[in-house]
Design a protein. Structure first.
Length: 387
C-alpha cells in the first residue's frame, strides 16, 4: 500500500511539474523573443558604425575593420595598428558606400595594437552613432559574458556578426570564444549586456599542443580545455599612453621598417641560396662584380683598367679613381676580391641596421618590429662571418 502511495505521489509531482512547464514556457518564449528583438535592434545600429578598411601599396593590399568612436570629444575610427601600418594609401568605407575623409592625424597606442584615425566628418551628419568603450573591462564584465564581434570577414566587403563569450582576461589582451577570420582585425568586441566595446579583434593563434595528444597525467594538470585555435582582442582600457602623429609621418616610418625587413630578408635568402635575393640590387651588383673578377681571372699578364673606390663606413661610394695596370692573378688577388665582396655584404647589413636604429617608431607595433629586425640584423652579421 505504501508503495502505491509513493507511486501516486510521484505521479502527482510529475503532473504538477508538467503543468508548471506548460504555464512557464510561453513566458520564457516571450522573454527570449524580446531579448532577440532587442539584440537585433542593437546590432542594426552598431553595424552601421562599423567600416571596411582597405590598405594598399602598389599591387599589394590588405583588408580590415574599423569603427566609429569618440576620444576626448572628437570623432575617430578605431582599428588595429597592423591593419594600417606600412601602406601608402588607406580607404575607409562605410556601409553606405561613400568613403570617409581622413584628417591626416593618427593617435597611436604605445603599448597595444590599437590606433585612432582622425576624420574630417561629423558622424551625426551621416547617421552614425559612435560606439562606446567600456571604462574598466575587468570590473564591467566577467568571463562567460556574451559578446558579439563585427567585422569585414575575409575582406569580402560585408560586415558579418559572430556570437560568443569572454573566456579570459589579461593585460593588454582578452581571450574570447568567438570565431574570427582574416579581415576581422580591428573590429569591435561588443559586450552584449551593456552594448559597450571591451576590445578590438586582433588575432587568432593556432595552438601547437592539443588536448587529445596529452597523456592522462598531463590532462589532469591542465586547468582549462586547450582549443585548437585561440582568439584574442586588445583591450582599450589597458592603454597607458597615447601619442599623436601626422599620418604621413606614421606611413613613412612604417615603410622604412618594411623596406629594411625586405632588405635583411633578401640577405638571408642569399646566405641560404634562395633565388629571390637577386631582386635586391645592391646584393646583385656586389655578386656580379665579384663574379666578373672570377670570370676574367684567366687573363694573366695583361693590361687592364683598375678602378679604386673610396667608401664610407656603410659602403657608400664617396670617390673613384682609375688607372691602367699590369694584371696578374694570384691567390692574394682572389682573397682580396673575396674580402671586398664580404665587406659589401657587411656594409649592406650595417646600413639597414642604422636605418632602424635611427628611426623613431610610432606605437607598439613599430617598436616591436624595429627591435626584432635589429636583432635579426645582428644574427645576419654572425652568419656573415662564415661567408
Amino acid at each position: 500500500m505504501k508503495m502505491n502511495l509513493d507511486i501516486l505521489l510521484g505521479l502527482r509531482i510529475i503532473r504538477f511539474l508538467i503543468i508548471c512547464l506548460f504555464c512557464i514556457s510561453p513566458i520564457l518564449v516571450e522573454q527570449i523573443k524580446a531579448e532577440e528583438e532587442a539584440t537585433s535592434e542593437i546590432l542594426k545600429e552598431q553595424k552601421m558604425s562599423v567600416f571596411l578598411i582597405s590598405a594598399k601599396t602598389g599591387n599589394d593590399g590588405a583588408s580590415g575593420t574599423g569603427f566609429a568612436c569618440k576620444y576626448k570629444g572628437n570623432n575617430y575610427i578605431a582599428t588595429n595598428l597592423h591593419v594600417v601600418d606600412g601602406f601608402d594609401s588607406l580607404s575607409i568605407i562605410p556601409q553606405s558606400g561613400d568613403k570617409i575623409p581622413l584628417s591626416g592625424k593618427i593617435i597611436v597606442a604605445e603599448d597595444a595594437d590599437i590606433c585612432l584615425l582622425g576624420v574630417n566628418i561629423k558622424f551625426e551628419d551621416i547617421d552614425i552613432v559612435p560606439l562606446q568603450f567600456m571604462d574598466d573591462v575587468s570590473a564591467g564584465s566577467k568571463a562567460g559574458d556574451k559578446i558579439i564581434c563585427l567585422g569585414n570577414s575575409l575582406g569580402a566587403g560585408v560586415i558579418t556578426t559572430t556570437h560568443g563569450t569572454i573566456k579570459a582576461y589579461g593585460q593588454p589582451r582578452l581571450e574570447i570564444e568567438s570565431p574570427v577570420v582574416e579581415g576581422n582585425s580591428g573590429g569591435p568586441i561588443i559586450h552584449l549586456e551593456t552594448s559597450s566595446v571591451v576590445g578590438l579583434v586582433t588575432e587568432a593563434i593556432i595552438n601547437e599542443v592539443k588536448l587529445d595528444k596529452l597523456n592522462e597525467a598531463a590532462k589532469k594538470s591542465v586547468d582549462s580545455e586547450l582549443a585548437e585555435v585561440s582568439y584574442f582582442g586588445h583591450r582599450v582600457d589597458s592603454v597607458k599612453k597615447w601619442k599623436s602623429y601626422a599620418f604621413t609621418d606614421f606611413q613613412k616610418t612604417g615603410k622604412k621598417i618594411k623596406n629594411a625587413e625586405l632588405g635583411l630578408t633578401r640577405t638571408l635568402q642569399f646566405f641560404t641560396d634562395e633565388d629571390d635575393w637577386r631582386e635586391d640590387s645592391r646584393l646583385s651588383n656586389a655578386w656580379d662584380k665579384y663574379q666578373k673578377f672570377i670570370d676574367s681571372s684567366d687573363k694573366v699578364n695583361t693590361k687592364r683598367t683598375e678602378t679604386t673606390e673610396y667608401v664610407n663606413e656603410y659602403g657608400v661610394v664617396m670617390r673613384r679613381s682609375s688607372q691602367v695596370k699590369g694584371f696578374s692573378v694570384s691567390e692574394a688577388d682572389y682573397e682580396k676580391a673575396r674580402q671586398l665582396f664580404r665587406r659589401e655584404i657587411e656594409w649592406k647589413i650595417l646600413a639597414e641596421q642604422k636605418i632602424l636604429t635611427d628611426l623613431t617608431p610610432a606605437g607598439y607595433l613599430q617598436i616591436h618590429e624595429r627591435d626584432m629586425l635589429i636583432e635579426f640584423s645582428k644574427k645576419l652579421l654572425i652568419l656573415h662571418k662564415d661567408l
